[in-house]
Design a binder for this molecule. Structure first.
Ligand code: DCT
Ligand code: MG
Length: 399
């Protein structure tokens, strides 16, 4: 999905507060403290957002609306609702009156109308209408399958297909290998992965990596690095201190998992890194590092506590989605920052870099358009420093 233009008028007002840290200018009654609202930035990378969401009732509604716009390919509105949700997630307080949102950035007329409806009735009728819409329900169901994107889901919907049974019974549909395994393990991989399961997988991958290259670098990224308790997959970065050996390491790790009989599915993508084609302006474009999208078999005995399972499931294992990404060590900091997410945080880092600093940032590099040069970074802190941003810890990036 492409970036929407930052058009909301109220955001301009907030950049000022943001950039020069001007205190709230309203005349306040004696003894009262200035409202913290004026300091909320329009950029997620200038906010600290933990996993504690005080406005879930609103952000859940915004997510449905954003998704519905995404299904209808209305990118601007989709992004507007994602931005609004992200702003509300960052607030240390719950919105209880519409007036409290007055000075917040990224909230337009439509988002405010939804907030007002929820405040008044405890629910949004617009959201309820979407949730009961057949097209929305079907696209939501189809896109929940590993390997099925909005375009495929839409194609199947237009052909009159409404259920998994319809798809699997349709002889003219040729599923990709990824989709075949997506259906095969649907029950498992559509269920959340717990922190304990992520830790157990970390041990398995760590052991595999150490056995091959003892001084390899392995880092947990994605939602679990941000302190989430549950995720849809587990994301890792692995690399070697020696430049150029990282791709071989990844292949050896895959091989080892295969020999341990825990590799249920592997989609390996070789590196296509070419510095001449960087940096890339499109956020959603996949980066060029060697990577693999896996489904691994996790045994109950390896997990502290128990596996996440449905009642009546007597198996001693479950399937879990794992992503392994292998950047060369000189791109490690950018890859770590990019793969740590959240998606909204990353989107706004790039937008901030471009609009406020005339720099291009992606998962590979940071390019200064004024100086016409790439800026080196060994750590995430180096990247924040280049951008003139206060460092935001991973657990504060749940935008
Ligand atoms: N990412 C990326 N390029 C992609 C896909 C993802 O840079 N093509 C980044 C953005 C977030 C991060 O990698 C991890 O992606 P997900 O696993 O989809 O997100 P998550 O935050 O880990 O969420 P979940 O808990 O649902 O896995
Ligand atoms: Mg993830």
């Amino acid at each position: 999905m492409r970036e929407g233009k930052p058009v909301a008028v109220e955001t301009k007002h907030c950049i000022q507060f943001d950039e020069i840290h001007r205190p709230c200018e309203h005349v306040l009654p004696e003894g009262s403290t200035p409202t913290p609202v004026a300091t909320v930035s329009q950029y997620a990378c200038k906010r600290r957002t933990t996993t504690q969401n005080n406005n879930k009732i609103f952000t859940d509604a915004f997510e449905v609306l954003a998704e519905s716009y995404e299904f209808n390919e209305i990118e601007g509105r989709c992004l507007a609702f994602r931005r609004a949700a992200s702003v509300l997630k960052s607030l240390p307080w719950a919105v209880q009156r519409l007036e409290a949102t007055q000075d917040l950035p990224c909230l337009g007329g439509h988002t405010k109308a939804v907030i007002q409806e929820i405040l008044q009735y405890g629910r949004s009728f617009e959201v309820e209408k979407i949730l009961s819409n057949e097209r929305y329900q079907t696209l939501k169901l189809f896109t929940s399958v590993f390997g099925v994107g909005v375009k495929t889901a839409e194609k199947w919907y237009r052909r009159g297909l409404r259920s998994f049974r319809d798809i699997l019974a349709e002889p003219s549909i040729h599923l990709t290998r990824m989709q075949q395994f997506g259906f095969l393990h649907y029950g498992d991989i559509s269920r959340a992965v717990s922190e304990a399961e992520a830790r157990a997988l970390g041990n398995i991958i760590d052991e595999a990596v150490r056995a091959i290259t003892p001084d390899a670098v392995l880092a947990l990224t994605g939602g679990f690095r941000r302190g989430k308790e549950f995720g849809h997959d587990v994301d890792y970065l692995l690399t070697t201190p020696e430049l150029g050996k990282e791709e071989a390491l990844l292949l050896s790790v895959i091989d080892r998992l295969k020999h341990q009989s825990i590799l249920l599915y592997c989609d390996y993508q070789a590196s296509t890194l070419d510095m001449d084609q960087l940096p890339c302006r499109r956020f959603e474009a996949m980066d060029h590092f060697a990577k693999c999208f896996l489904i691994l078999r996790l045994e109950a005995g390896q997990v502290e506590g128990d596996l996440q399972r449905v009642e009546g499931d007597s198996r001693s294992w479950r399937a879990v989605r794992v992503d392994l990404v292998s950047p060369p060590i000189d791109h490690y900091a950018f890859a770590l920052l990019g793969w740590s997410g959240s998606r909204q945080f990353e989107r706004d880092l790039r937008r901030f870099a471009r609009l406020e600093r005339k720099m291009l940032l992606d998962n590979h590099a940071l390019y200064d358009l004024t100086k016409k040069e790439f800026l080196e970074a060994k750590t995430e802190k180096d990247i924040f420093a280049h951008l003139g941003l206060e460092y935001i810890e991973p657990w504060q990036r749940n935008a």
